[in-house]
Design a protein around this ligand. Structure first.
Ligand SMILES: *Cc1c(COP(=O)(O)O)cnc(C)c1O
Length: 425
């Protein structure tokens, strides 16, 4: 369309969020190489665990090959604590309902399914874009037998995970906190990752700091830490031969990968500062447009991992999405995520839709989602905003993540802001 004809694409792609290395990472990788600790143990692993625990304000961190495996062990630990050891070949949560975040990456709750649990989704709070505590209360009213909640922070902008923890305690339920996106963020000066009975963080390549991969399970309980260490290294018993009483996993982090994450931690604060500046430039630059940026919940300090916007209802042009494709009808003065993402792609910049809520995923078509007004029926077809109190579906419909790479220059971001403005002309 003519209104974006003169937008010039970047020579070099502007990423949503890409790794930013500083030099220390290579030093620790090389150190592992030189000392020949090319395995899943060594000084980098020990140091990473010490730093990760200190940084998150917990007693113990156990470094694993990624956050998904950390979440899997969280789920197994919680399941065995609640329901006892399962028979061999059975899941620790078999047939048990678990309340899970709805608008998140599916890795948050896939481990519930690995262990035979049945996710019931909790709708999103409009004010925070995180799990709605009111909806969670409603869910406990409907299913008082539920004893486990898995809740994630969205894009590094926490909601009230402390309230969620209180609600869990009131109902005798355990909380798993998926802080994969929220390292360095806090709620009332308490670090994200330290609110759950079990916590998990991620060093995936696009997170705020990275090991190229990797993650940690966080806990204040030494028995949990010890069990995690044992299960993640094939569950060997203390015997001269390979003796096994439990099922094991090969989930430990590599000492080389741990060196990368170890080298990144000193730059966590710097990355947060850069991400915050990006967020604030969007707020300033997009002023006057019919949009809002990610909400910042009172009392919380985000890490600003991904900047995202949501378009006001009356400024949405028509947009229809099925399970694979999206189309829209351009309209003067209006836009939609599909258009914005298309324009960003046309200038070689990467944006992304908001996480498609789990209750809208074909995989979870038959699963319930509970909102503050009661049960939301599964919706896998196109959703037209304003039709119901399905908050997650509405934010998915009207929202998108913007390029948030901390190496993006001010000038590059200005071009991106201009491109977004054009969408509303
Ligand atoms: C990235 C992410 C994960 C998975 O992390 P990996 O380290 O890639 O396994 C889990 N949950 C959320 C919310 C994430 O964003």
């Amino acid at each position: 369309m003519f209104r974006r004809k003169d937008l010039v694409p970047f020579d070099k792609k502007i990423w949503l969020s890409s790794p930013t290395m500083h030099g220390d990472e290579l030093k620790w990788m090389t150190d592992a190489y030189n000392k020949n600790w090319m395995t899943t143990a060594g000084e980098n692993v020990n140091e990473l665990e010490r730093i990760a625990a200190e940084s998150a304000g917990v007693k113990y961190a156990v470094a694993l090959c990624n956050c998904t495996s950390a979440l899997h062990l969280c789920v197994k630990l919680a399941g065995e604590k609640l329901y006892g050891k399962p028979f061999v070949g059975h899941g620790a949560l078999e047939g048990k309902k678990v309340f899970c975040s709805d608008m998140t990456f599916d890795a948050t709750l896939n481990p519930v399914v690995y262990e035979g649990g049945i996710p019931i989704f909790i709708d999103t709070e409009r004010e925070s874009w995180n799990m709605d505590p009111v909806a969670l209360e409603k869910a406990f009213e409907l299913y008082p037998e539920v004893k486990l909640v898995v809740s994630a922070e969205l894009y590094g902008f926490p909601g009230r995970m402390d309230e969620i923890k209180k609600i869990c305690e009131k109902h005798g339920a355990l909380l798993i906190e998926d802080a994969a996106e929220a390292m360095g963020a806090s709620i009332d000066n308490k670090q994200c990752g330290s609110f759950g009975d079990y916590g998990a963080i991620s060093y995936n390549g696009n997170k705020i700091i990275t090991g190229s991969s990797g993650g940690c399970l966080l806990t204040d309980d030494i028995e949990v830490a010890n069990k995690t260490r044992k299960w993640s290294t094939q569950a060997r018993e203390n015997a001269p031969w390979y003796q096994h009483e439990e099922v094991g996993y090969n989930y430990r982090i590599s000492n080389v990968v741990a060196g990368i994450a170890r080298g990144q931690y000193p730059y966590l604060e710097e990355h947060i500062k850069q991400k915050k500046a990006i967020y604030e430039r969007y707020v300033e630059g997009l002023k006057g447009l019919p949009i809002k940026m990610n909400p910042i919940t009172k009392g919380t300090k985000p890490n600003y991992w991904l900047s995202a916007l949501i378009i006001d209802k009356d400024a949405m042009c028509k947009q229809v999405r099925d399970d694979k494709k999206a189309i829209y009808i351009p309209e003067e003065g209006k836009s939609c995520p599909t258009e914005i993402l298309e324009v960003l792609a046309s200038i070689n910049a990467e944006g992304r839709p908001i996480w498609k809520p789990m209750h809208m995923q074909p995989l979870y078509r038959m699963h319930e989602c509970i909102g503050r007004l009661g049960t939301i029926r599964c919706k896998t077809n196109a959703y037209i905003s304003g039709e119901s109190e399905d908050v997650g579906a509405d934010i998915f419909e009207r929202g998108c993540c913007l390029p948030s790479d901390n190496k993006m220059t001010k000038e590059e971001q200005e071009v991106i802001i201009e491109a977004i403005k054009r969408c509303f002309e």
